[in-house]
Design a protein around this ligand. Structure first.
Ligand code: 4AD
Ligand code: MG
Length: 440
């Protein structure tokens, strides 16, 4: 028998195939059994009338426990009422491992608390919605790399063990590194992709990053995956068009492949149909004014203070005004990172951008032009009390052929949460690492 996968059953209509999978659910109605099989690519319902199959097969299946592993053979029949469009007329069954009655699969169709589900994350990922999210995540990751590969960027992987901070010293995971040295898990590959951009022109990195942030929010993980493009001879305008084209490309890739998965996830895909460049652009000052006006009309509770960063309710309000991501640029330099280039038109502002996703998902991209003057960079490193010796190599990039350059970082999990419409980033990655969880 040909071995098929549930996702490709349309190629086998009317044929008898073997599926390799697990028993996801089982319903019995008198002399009829309705098992639901899953194989990692989807689920399909089987039909098993007692009269049509050997007695032994009927009894084995009738008593089979959920998540038992099995190979099932049957004829693929189109059925417009079935969620997958097909049903399987079961002819033969081979059970590889029967889950013992004493230790039933812990996750059932009833509601479980999130703590219970996270404690059983290694099993939770088998359920159709979680599997669908992981498939969408894989496509987002592929599209995130494809865009750069197709547009002249060279992938350069920065180190994960680093001698110093990039995004702020309070959020570093520290470890011993031989003979009395310390090393830190990277918070961002940015400083290194600045170096590779000055070597190769247009580059990107894609890898895990770590933040020892004591934030217990729906948006924060302590380990997450970041994509970081960096371009030499480019400025903020180039960065804004890159960001909008990039996100449009990623959303299109998901819509082209995952309409069915988005349905299983419960995502209203029409919300994604409008995600096309150009995206709206707002300066920090315009966004601030928008919040002041909204407060005056009683639409938001707290009054945003000029010069402050935006809190999560502020970002939610700003993004709710648009049907696609909004690019907020030129934040006060004082609240942004040391490496950001000041705006020549107003040096109190940084040439930076935060891209806020719609529907209250908040910041998905953060980026900027980089300080390109040696003197200013040195001054900034000192003003931020960073160890100048550790930054000598980074200062070299301004000693030897400095040019305007810029880049951004996009957190994969934030993008998965937004595209899939999830409440929390913990469901966007196979095994989330958060402030209070490192198991399983
Ligand atoms: O805004 P961030 O901190 O920027 C940087 O790290 C820059 N050095 C990037 C660069 O310019 N190359 O982080 C970038 C993105 C955020 O917009 C967000 O999507 C994600 O990384 N991110 C997190 N995602 C999950 N959990 C966290 N704790 C995150 N912190 C940042
Ligand atoms: Mg940021």
């Amino acid at each position: 028998m040909p071995i098929a996968t549930i996702a490709t059953l349309s190629a086998y209509e009317g044929q008898t195939v073997t599926l390799q999978g697990w028993l996801y659910n089982l319903r019995a109605s008198g002399k009829l059994l309705f098992p639901i099989f899953r194989d990692g690519t989807g689920t399909i319902q089987g039909i098993v009338p007692k009269a049509a199959v050997p007695e032994e097969l009927f009894e084995t299946l009738k008593n089979l426990t959920l998540e038992s592993s099995l190979k099932v053979t049957g004829e693929v029949r189109a059925d417009s009422r079935a969620p997958s469009g097909y049903e399987l007329d079961v002819e033969a069954l081979e059970v590889l491992q029967r889950v013992p009655d004493e230790t039933p699969f812990p996750i059932t169709l009833k509601e479980h608390g999130v703590d219970f589900l996270m404690e059983h994350r290694h099993l939770w990922i088998r359920t159709p919605r979680q599997s669908a999210i992981l498939r969408v995540r894989a496509t987002i990751i592929k599209a995130a790399a494809d865009y750069f590969d197709q547009n002249g960027f060279t992938r350069t992987d920065p180190p994960i063990l680093t001698p110093n901070a990039c995004e702020g010293t309070s959020e570093l995971f520290e470890m011993d590194y031989f003979d009395d040295d310390k090393a830190y898990l990277t918070q961002s590959g940015q400083l290194y992709v600045e170096a590779t951009a000055l070597a190769l022109g247009k580059v990107y990195s894609f890898g895990p990053t770590f933040r020892a942030e004591k934030s217990k929010t729906r948006r924060h993980l302590t380990e997450f995956w970041m994509v970081e493009p960096e371009m030499a001879y480019a400025g903020l305008e180039d960065l804004l068009s890159l960001a909008e084209n990039y996100l449009s490309f990623i959303v299109a890739a998901v819509l082209a492949k995952h309409r069915a998965d988005l349905k299983v996830i419960g995502r209203d895909a029409t919300k994604l149909d409008s995600i096309h460049a150009p995206f709206p652009r707002l300066s920090y000052d315009q966004a601030h004014q928008m919040l002041v006006d909204a407060h005056a009309k009683g639409l938001i509770d707290t009054l945003h203070q000029e010069g402050d960063d935006f809190g999560s309710p502020d970002e939610t309000y700003i993004s709710s005004q648009f049907d696609r991501p909004v690019m907020v640029h030129r934040y006060p330099a004082a609240i942004k990172a040391f490496y950001m280039q000041p705006d020549p038109a107003d040096p109190t502002r940084a040439l930076c951008v935060d891209v806020l996703a719609p529907e209250g998902y908040g910041e998905i991209i953060g980026g900027s032009e980089r300080v390109n003057s040696y003197e200013l960079l040195l001054e900034r490193i000192q003003a931020h009390n960073l160890p100048v010796a550790a930054f000598q190599w980074y200062l070299d990039l301004r000693r030897y052929g400095s040019v305007p350059h810029c880049g951004f970082g996009m957190g994969i999990e934030r993008v998965v949460a937004w595209i899939c419409g999830l409440d929390h980033v913990r469901e966007t990655i196979p095994f989330a690492r958060t402030l209070n969880r490192i198991y399983p």
